[in-house]
Design a protein around this ligand. Structure first.
Ligand code: IPD
Length: 277
């Protein structure tokens, strides 16, 4: 049976590669840093330029498709997922890394139809790693198949997480108490590369057992969701329920047991949903 969305996925891979070249070139140069929701929520001209490039190309090639992009939403566009084929894009995931030249920066492109994610493309542009996954067809990095870790013991696991960009003390306290609970299970270690999308690809690659975060956005994780699932992993909300793409909370893990062990330790907070205007 022909794959209805293969053309869109091929286009996403090509756009991610072009966008990645722009990001790599920009990382060498001085950049103007602007602020969004707070003094640690950064955006650059490159975020905006890359999103414009992707948006214009999608509109030209697939005029009926919808688009949710980090910078479009920041500029006031709605963030509502409908049944229409929808591109969910983070032009530069790891903007803080990008600003500092810390070498983990990704272009993340997810694609959903009838609210179900169909493919994910994450291009880790400094590492030159192209992660791709089409629902039902497996996950790959530079064409090599990905498989999550088969570790079942939480105390032999590495867990990835991030501090996010909310510096309200009540939120930071919850982030630290969750991290303390998990660290003391104990686990082998806690890591985080500063990009939600790359953290998820590391789960898919099998080198960390799980990644969780509260405060992420749908564009940070949409592509990664398909990549993790297609590598054999699972997605969950931090409260142990099903993942809700708009809830700004995620656990991505190699298996349900590890995901549940993490969920039990999380002191959950409820950030304002992405789809609340
Ligand atoms: C951020 C990164 C970071 C995560 C934040 C995200 P951005 O995305 O993924 O690792 O901690 O929650 O917002 O702003 O660089 O696209």
């Amino acid at each position: 049976m022909p794959d209805l969305w293969q053309d869109a996925m091929d286009h996403a891979v090509s756009l991610a590669r072009t966008a990645g070249t722009l990001v790599r070139e920009a990382v060498q140069n001085d950049m103007k840093v602007m602020l969004k929701s707070s003094s640690v929520d950064l955006v650059t001209k490159t975020d905006q330029k890359v999103e414009k490039l992707i948006l214009e190309s999608v509109k030209e090639k697939f005029p009926t498709h919808s688009f949710i992009g980090e910078e479009s939403v920041a500029a006031g566009e709605p963030c509502k997922l409908s049944d229409s084929p929808t591109w969910i894009v983070d032009p530069v995931d790891g903007t803080t890394n990008f600003v500092h030249g810390y070498p983990f920066v990704a272009v993340s492109i997810g694609f959903a139809v009838n609210k179900k994610l169909e493919f994910g493309v994450v291009y880790s542009c400094i590492e030159d790693k192209m992660y791709t996954a089409r629902r039902g067809k497996g996950a790959f990095c530079n064409g090599q198949p990905l498989q999550v870790s088969d570790q079942k013991e939480i105390n032999q696991s590495i867990i990835a997480t991030e501090f996010g960009s909310d510096r309200h003390v009540e939120v930071v306290d919850k982030i630290f108490s969750s991290m303390r609970n998990i660290l003391c299970l104990p686990v082998h270690g806690i890591r985080g590369v500063g990009s939600a999308a790359i953290n998820m690809c590391l789960v898919a690659s099998g080198c960390v057992e799980a990644y969780y975060e509260m405060g992420i956005h749908c564009w940070d994780i949409a592509a990664g969701v398909v990549i993790v699932e297609e590598a054999g992993g699972v997605l969950m909300d931090v409260d142990g329920g099903p993942l809700d793409l708009m809830s700004r909370r995620v656990i991505a893990a190699n298996n349900k047991m590890i995901a549940e062990r993490i969920s039990e330790q999380i002191d959950a907070c409820a950030p304002l949903r992405d789809d609340v205007v």
